[in-house]
Design a protein around this ligand. Structure first.
Ligand SMILES: Cc1cc2nc3c(=O)[nH]c(=O)nc-3n(C[C@H](O)[C@H](O)[C@H](O)COP(=O)(O)OP(=O)(O)OC[C@H]3O[C@@H](n4cnc5c(N)ncnc54)[C@H](O)[C@@H]3O)c2cc1C
Length: 386
């Protein structure tokens, strides 16, 4: 029997990045009373991400289950995003020009041939282009570009505008936002309970809140929350990424129209243009648990980006930031009920959390309604980590 709780809701969502906020919005849209708890700091991978929505580029060739999920996600994203934009009357900066992957030497060209074949084998469009055709599409590419592949189905979104729109949609749909950190989750007798350090504090140092369901979407930090099975807590790890935001000086028109990916001297670099003149250059992938910006990472990202598109040297370096991706033992997300069933976990989206946010919200909505998520989620049940 629980002592009286300070607050009750139908659903408590832990974590206010793209995953938690999308879940909270959709649960409220389905008529539930939703409280979302987030510390309200900028330590949120969703604010750092590049916003690419590419089903193939961000999953390795062998990861078939993840690829199927990513394909489901890229199909769903535009309709989810359109509904979001009309709910809040704001644009999220969805771009549909596609990704141009470019090569500089014969090894890279062979890799691009393989990528083209692979995309065709799974029914995705891909067009192999010679150097001239690449530069016709993107005139600022380096003269040393040898060829490329255009993936016209890849999308991108301005992840900051997208998260802001999700937050506004959740707010107008009645989601109550509490500032704080959840320390513990528990589940018993058909209810779930959280302990949270709230700001401002309400009476005791830790508030206790109960709900029919608690959804844990705290990104890489999910592993720090007590009460989750040890196998899950240890499966989640932070994977640091450093990324740059450049801006065009006044009067300089955007130098890129497509997302450009390149391998420069063995390093992958991507450049993601926004309609408002921002150009995102990313990203490192480091097994580290900090958000420091290092001189070496900024140097390498700029060097590789300028090798691919030399005119980048004219742009303004507006921001360098770092975030922690929620990595897991098998690179796949973790989604589904844990314990007696009224705790639901939704994390581990690693390099694809923005892409997967819409289908994650759909899957959690299905679980909250007593149904099953789309079959593409089957390999990502929390049970695989005990
Ligand atoms: C450099 C970089 C580039 C990326 N590029 C892309 C990309 O192009 N496309 C793509 O799809 N993905 C990309 N990603 C991955 C994507 O950012 C993540 O997968 C996604 O943001 C994860 O979302 P999330 O909501 O789970 O986590 P987060 O965005 O980290 O949000 C989790 C939230 O939970 C809060 N929280 C933590 N602990 C607690 C607690 N105990 N109680 C309450 N709240 C808590 C945190 O403060 C945070 O606000 C990139 C990531 C990085 C770092």
């Amino acid at each position: 029997v629980y002592p009286p709780a300070q607050e009750e809701a139908d659903v408590i969502v832990v974590g206010g990045g793209v995953i938690g906020t999308a879940i909270a919005w959709r649960a409220a849209l389905a008529g539930r009373a939703v409280t979302l708890i987030d510390p309200g700091t900028d330590d949120t991978a969703s604010l750092v991400a590049a916003g690419m929505l590419g089903p193939v580029s961000e999953s390795a060739f062998g990861e078939q289950g993840l690829l199927a999920l990513n394909l489901h996600a890229v199909d769903r994203f535009p309709s989810f995003n359109a509904e979001l934009e009309s709910a809040v009357g704001q644009r999220t900066g969805l771009r549909t020009e596609g990704t141009l992957a470019v090569a500089y030497d014969s090894d890279d060209l062979v890799a691009l041939d393989r990528l083209t074949e692979f995309r065709h084998s799974i029914g995705l469009r891909a067009e192999r282009l010679d150097a001239k055709a690449c530069r016709r599409l993107e005139p600022f590419l380096a003269p040393s570009t040898r060829g490329g592949v255009l993936a016209p189905g890849d999308l991108s979104v301005d992840n900051r505008r997208y998260l802001a729109a999700l937050r506004e949609a959740a707010r107008t749909q009645g989601v109550k936002r509490r500032t704080g950190t959840v320390t513990t989750v528990e589940s018993a007798a058909g209810r779930a309970r959280v302990h949270a350090r709230l700001t401002p504090a309400v009476g005791a140092p830790e508030a206790e809140m109960t709900a029919a369901n608690v959804v844990i979407a705290a990104g890489w930090a999910t592993g720090q929350i007590k009460g989750l099975p040890d196998g899950i807590r240890t499966a989640i790890r932070p994977v640091k990424g450093q990324i740059l935001r450049l801006r065009h000086p006044a009067k300089l028109p955007p130098i890129l129209g497509h997302t450009v990916r390149a391998i420069v001297a063995g390093h992958g670099v991507y450049l993601v243009p926004r309609a408002d003149g921002e150009l995102v250059v990313g990203a490192t992938q480091e097994e580290r648990d900090d958000r420091d910006i290092t001189a070496g990472a900024v140097h390498d990202l700029l060097r590789d980006a300028m090798t691919a598109v030399p005119a980048i040297s004219e742009l303004i370096l507006a921001e360098a930031s770092a975030g922690r991706r929620p990595g897991t033992g098998d690179n796949g997300p973790i989604l589904g009920p844990v314990g007696t069933g009224n705790l639901i976990i939704a994390t581990g989206h690693f390099r694809n959390g923005v892409l997967l946010s819409a289908v994650t919200a759909d899957a959690v909505a299905a679980l909250l309604a007593g149904g099953e998520p789309h079959q593409a989620w089957a390999p990502f049940h929390p049970g695989r980590f005990g």
